[in-house]
Design a protein. Structure first.
Length: 216
């Protein structure tokens, strides 16, 4: 499965089978997390066999990925960007996911925070009872600003971003194409909007074929 295929097939799943992640999948996932931590400086952690955190919001969840890192202005966006990178990798492994903005207060002992670090958000992961279903979405013109003709790469990037998960499906983001073919991505104020911005920027890069140098 390519990343583009993973974007299309990934849907949020809230009901999971009561089965552990296979040893092979867990090993590969831990490698992906380690690579993201090394690249980003985040402190992403996989928690397994822990049923307290998401019990009220999900069914059968005992595994989740904790997104945390040094408390900084860009922490939330970084967590969104690298968290979605892991989400799509998990989709390629044949597992399911769902972003979850739960409080860490009741399960702080399930993961580690170093001095100066802040917990941001987590991602449920496991074998879903189903593959989820598509949500309603805004349209290109709702979230994109372009003067003149629309380059195909920009349209493809925005369309990939529109398939990204956002808190409450709010899609509170906009992309503006600038004269030098740079793109400005902004988010309106909304719950977890900075996390969402990181998520949709990763989707945009995949859909457009650009790397992070595209951002203004």
């Amino acid at each position: 499965m390519t990343l583009q295929e993973a974007i299309i097939s990934r849907h949020s799943v809230r009901k999971y089978q009561d089965r552990p992640i296979s040893n092979i999948a867990r090993f590969i996932l831990e490698e992906c997390i380690a690579k993201c931590n090394a690249e980003s400086g985040l402190h992403i952690q996989l928690v397994t066999d822990e049923r307290k955190a998401l019990g009220l919001m999900f069914k059968g969840v005992s595994n989740y990925i904790v997104l945390a890192g040094n408390d900084s202005e860009d922490l939330d966006e970084l967590c969104g960007y690298y968290g979605e990178r892991i989400v799509l990798f998990v989709q390629q492994l044949g597992l399911n996911t769902c972003w979850a903005g739960f409080s860490a207060a009741n399960i702080i002992r399930a993961f580690r925070l170093e001095k100066g670090e802040r917990y941001c958000i987590c991602i449920a992961v496991g074998y879903g009872e189903n593959q989820g279903s598509p949500r309603s979405s805004k349209y290109f013109d709702d979230v994109a600003k372009v003067t003149g003709d629309v380059p195909s790469w920009f349209r493809s990037g925005v369309e990939a971003a529109l398939l990204a998960p956002t808190a409450r499906n709010q899609q509170a983001f906009r992309f503006e194409l600038l004269e030098d073919e740079k793109v400005r991505a902004v988010s309106n104020w909304a719950p977890f909007s900075k996390v969402d911005l990181g998520i949709v920027k990763y989707h945009f890069e995949i859909g457009s074929g650009k790397d992070s140098s595209v951002w203004a």
